[in-house]
Design a protein around this ligand. Structure first.
Ligand SMILES: *[C@@H]1O[C@H](CO)[C@@H](O)[C@H](O)[C@H]1NC(C)=O
Ligand SMILES: *[C@@H]1O[C@H](CO)[C@@H](O)[C@H](O)[C@H]1NC(C)=O
Ligand SMILES: *[C@@H]1O[C@H](CO)[C@@H](O)[C@H](O)[C@H]1NC(C)=O
Ligand SMILES: *[C@@H]1O[C@H](CO)[C@@H](O)[C@H](O)[C@H]1NC(C)=O
Ligand SMILES: *[C@@H]1O[C@H](CO)[C@@H](O)[C@H](O)[C@H]1NC(C)=O
Length: 254
């Protein structure tokens, strides 16, 4: 929960000055320095409900230096459009942790609020790669996104993102089983055989009430969400997936 702001207020710098040389003028200057941080453009602030994180700018995260992450709770957030809308209502987009520090923030929130379910995070299989998964399912072949070459490799464009400001490599490194890892199909005599797989990304910070510092685990869920009420067996495919009652949203600082 430590904000990286106020870097300019370095106590080492202040105490390094020999005291007698601290004239009134210098004290006044220091006070000014401390009172109007905004003037110096270094005090990064996030809106209420968001936590500030420093990021290492790279080509993979749109050169993002400062990012705000917020975790918001509502029911049925495995429905991707609900999760997306919660973020939109906070002037943010779906997002995901980019490093261990951000993951630890999510873990601490989970511990504090007793959340053992995964969180909805940014990332959804592209339609082109989804069609390749359906083809593999039809041919009874295993589709391993860590092994396939080209566009639909996990580290390439297997997932598309709502937001460009996060490098997904950290979360990708947390899959204990490469996606797609939740699949089902349904067939009856007179209907076409229908394939489903979990195309939306979710994230467990590895909830542990006594230890919030832990490795985390990437997972997937059916973007349609768990069915509400009673449905026919064809539309029951997502009923066994974990509930998702929180979503990770991200935005630029204020
Ligand atoms: C990428 O970063 C630039 C510069 O910070 C920003 O103006 C732009 O909106 C970002 N792109 C997207 C798609 O968010
Ligand atoms: C979102 O942005 C609008 C327009 O700037 C503002 O009026 C509103 O209060 C913001 N909402 C939240 C939840 O930050
Ligand atoms: C946390 O959740 C577990 C299982 O969902 C429940 O048994 C327990 O009472 C909850 N603890 C608190 C403090 O709410
Ligand atoms: C998927 O492919 C990767 C890379 O070739 C391999 O290490 C891994 O064991 C494969 N996983 C499964 C479940 O087949
Ligand atoms: C918390 O978990 C991390 C990672 O699993 C481990 O390295 C650390 O020793 C644990 N801390 C405590 C106090 O158990």
């Amino acid at each position: 929960m430590v904000s990286a702001s106020r870097k300019y207020c370095n106590p080492a710098y202040i105490t390094a000055q020999p005291l007698p040389t601290l004239s009134i003028k210098m004290v006044a200057l220091l006070l000014l320095f401390l009172t109007f941080p905004a003037v110096f453009g270094k005090d990064v602030k996030c809106p209420e409900g968001f936590q500030h994180f420093k990021r290492t700018p790279t080509a993979k995260n749109n050169h993002t230096k400062d990012w705000c992450l917020g975790i918001f709770r509502a029911d049925r957030l495995d429905e991707r459009d609900r999760a997306r809308s919660v973020c939109a209502n906070h002037n943010a987009t779906l997002s995901l942790p980019e490093n261990q520090k951000e993951s630890d923030f999510i873990a601490a929130f989970s511990t504090k609020h007793n959340i053992s379910e995964p969180h909805a995070v940014d990332g959804q299989t592209s339609p082109r790669c989804a069609s390749r998964v359906y083809k593999a399912m039809k041919e009874d072949k295993h589709f391993n996104s860590s092994a396939v070459k080209g566009e639909c490799n996990l580290n390439n464009k297997f997932f598309l993102f709502d937001d460009v400001n996060t490098d997904p490599a950290f979360v990708f490194g947390k899959f204990s089983y490469p996606p797609p890892n939740r699949l089902s199909s349904f067939a009856t005599v007179n209907e076409p055989k229908v394939y489903h797989f979990a195309a939306c990304l979710s994230y467990y910070p590895q909830y542990n009430p006594t230890n919030a510092t832990n490795p985390g685990d990437a997972a997937t869920s059916y973007c349609a969400g768990r069915p509400i009420g009673k449905v026919d067996i064809e539309h029951d495919f997502a009923s066994g997936q974990p509930e998702i009652k929180s979503v990770i949203c991200g935005r630029y600082p204020l």
